[in-house]
Structure formats: structure tokens, C-alpha cells
Design a protein around this ligand. Structure first.
Ligand code: PRT
Ligand code: ZN
Length: 283
């Protein structure tokens, strides 16, 4: 049996479960359970605090886990980094009061910095050759400068609105993070086979993510122009239509370039453009 540790509640919980559901792992979980069985594969889920996931994988109690890279770095847990998962994106940054006379990393020399990530911060200051006073607190780090507990903070930032509402200014990004699949690196053959299957399924789901299947009718004479515009998976499928002057062209488009490319296709005379979701893509 393969045991997967995921966050029991919090920012990564829903998307971790969604990813496993997209990979067709059917979970029979009651909300408060610590462990849940997957009904259709020999897999079990272990629900933990995010701080405990990497150490639990490192000591082999769980075989793999889904956890923020920030927690992997902070705990220093000896896990294998298997795959970034494309959610839970954030950065770990230093921030100072909005009107501080910040003039570069040396500003922190001798100052007090509040954080829940002392290990990552210590490594940063060591690299920069700065001695500062790292003050470890568990939560609400962002209020510590305003109550006189610290001169600056080192914390997770995503939109930046928490910093703004606490009159703080982000001055240095120390690391970028997102959710990763991590592993213990010591699986027997059966569990390795289960992990390989899971990795295959996750890759399949992730490669379809943000992509659309597009079908359109194009005047035969303009097919070469359309092909030049399309950045398809390999080359687009071109099929004849009953009307010999027209063809049907099928391809896959990235959602983030979608509007730009559709505009160019219309300019090439494409008509009847159909856009369909892609559930899975096996490359
Ligand atoms: O209870 P447990 O220990 O499991 O959870 P937790 O409260 O320690 O962690 P949780 O659920 O808050 O976050 C889990 C993981 O999500 C983190 O380890 C990061 O990898 C990732 N993540 C992504 C974030 C954020 N974005 C995030 N914005 N974690 C925390 N924040 C907080 C941050 O601490 C700050 O208070 O959001 C605030 C900043 O957000 P913005 O949008 O205002 O900049
Ligand atoms: Zn935590």
C-alpha cells in the first residue's frame, strides 16, 4: 500500500484532494478522519499539518506527500522532490515598514526580524554576510513591526495585500514556492509501481491543464497561413470537407495565448471555430 500525506486543512487541502480526484483516486473520507482509504487503488491518505508532512515522508511513515516547497526547505527534511504541482504558489520575502530608509540587505544588520521561517532566513543572511536578530513567532508575523516586536518581517507573500494593509513594503524575495509532490525515496517494487502510476496520471492531467481543443473550417487556399499561426501539439490535423474548397483544421491551443491566436485565425479566413475542453492528454 502507498501512503500519501496531505494537509488536513488549510490552503493546500482542497487542491491536493482535487489533484488526486483528477487522477481518479476515489477517497472515502470523513471530514475529521486522520486516515482515509482510496477505494479503487491500494492507496491511503494521511491528513497532517503542513509542517509535519515533509518530516513524515522523510522518516518513511508516509511514502509521498504534497507540501509547499517552503516547508521542505524550512524543515530540512531529506525528501526527494518528485514534481511541482502548479498550485499553492507564493514567495518568502523580507518586508520593512513602508517609510523605512531601506537601502539594501545591509539595512538588516543588527535589526530584529520576526518570522516563522528561521532556517531559510538564517541561510539567506549567512549568504549575504549579515548578522541580524531572528525572532521566531508562530503566527500573525505581519503585525510584529507595528506593535514594536520587530523592525521587519520575513513571511509568505502571495498577492501582497497583507503587507499593504500592515503598512509594510516587500524589499527582497528570498525564495519562490509552490506545492510539490515529495517522496521518501525508499519504496519497494509494489509501492514504486503505484507511485509510477500516480505520477503518470498526474502528468496526464497536468498536461491538459490550460489547454483547449480547437476545430475550425478554413478555405483550402488559406490552410498554409493557418498552419503558420498555430503552435499545435505536433502538427494540426487537416481534413477535407464535402465542399472541396474548404478544410476542417483541428489543433490544441494554450489558453493564455488563446485570444491572440483566434484573432489571427479569423484574419486567415477561419470560420465556425469550435473550442472544447480537454480532460486528459497523454503525450
Ligand atoms: O494548520 P497548518 O499548519 O497545516 O497550516 P498553516 O496555517 O501553517 O499553513 P497554510 O494553510 O496557511 O498554508 C499552507 C501552505 O500554503 C504554505 O506553507 C505555503 O506553501 C502555501 N501558501 C500559498 C501560503 C500562501 N500562499 C499565503 N498567502 N501560505 C500562507 N499564506 C499567508 C501568509 O502567511 C500571509 O499571512 O497569506 C498571507 C499573505 O497573503 P497575501 O495574499 O495577502 O500576500
Ligand atoms: Zn503550518
Amino acid at each position: 500500500m502507498l501512503r500519501i500525506a496531505i494537509q488536513s486543512k488549510g490552503r493546500l487541502h482542497d487542491e491536493s484532494l482535487q489533484l488526486l480526484a483528477d487522477a481518479d483516486l476515489r477517497v472515502s473520507a470523513s471530514k475529521r478522519a486522520l486516515v482515509a482509504k482510496v477505494k479503487n487503488l491500494d492507496v491511503e491518505l494521511l491528513f497532517l499539518r503542513d509542517d509535519d508532512i515533509a518530516p513524515t515522508v522523510a522518516d518513511g511513515v508516509a511514502d509521498i506527500g504534497i507540501v509547499g516547497l517552503n516547508e521542505v526547505e524550512e524543515t530540512g527534511a531529506a525528501v526527494e522532490r518528485l514534481m511541482p504541482l502548479g498550485f499553492g504558489g507564493c514567495r518568502l520575502s523580507l518586508a520593512v515598514p513602508k517609510d523605512a530608509d531601506y537601502d539594501g540587505p545591509s539595512w538588516f544588520r543588527g535589526r530584529k526580524v520576526a518570522t516563522s521561517y528561521p532556517r531559510i532566513l538564517e541561510a539567506y543572511f549567512r549568504r549575504e554576510g549579515i548578522r541580524a536578530d531572528i525572532h521566531v513567532i508562530a503566527g500573525s508575523v505581519e503585525i510584529s513591526p507595528s506593535i514594536g516586536l520587530a523592525d521587519a518581517i520575513f513571511d509568505i507573500v502571495s498577492s501582497g495585500s497583507t503587507l499593504v494593509s500592515n503598512n509594510l513594503r516587500e524589499v527582497a524575495v528570498v525564495m519562490e514556492s509552490e506545492a510539490w509532490l515529495v517522496g521518501s525515496g525508499r519504496l519497494d517494487a509494489d509501492r514504486q509501481a503505484l507511485l509510477d502510476e500516480l505520477l503518470f496520471r498526474i502528468r496526464t492531467v497536468r498536461s491538459a491543464c490550460g489547454k483547449k481543443y480547437v476545430l475550425m473550417n478554413v478555405p483550402r487556399a488559406h490552410v498554409p497561413d493557418v498552419i503558420r499561426v498555430l503552435p499545435g501539439v505536433k502538427s494540426p490535423t487537416v481534413m477535407p470537407l464535402a465542399d472541396e474548397d474548404w478544410c476542417s483544421v483541428h489543433t490544441v491551443l494554450d489558453e493564455d495565448r488563446f485570444w491572440e491566436i483566434i484573432g489571427q485565425l479569423k484574419a486567415c479566413g477561419a470560420q465556425g471555430i469550435l473550442v472544447c475542453p480537454i480532460e486528459k492528454m497523454i503525450l
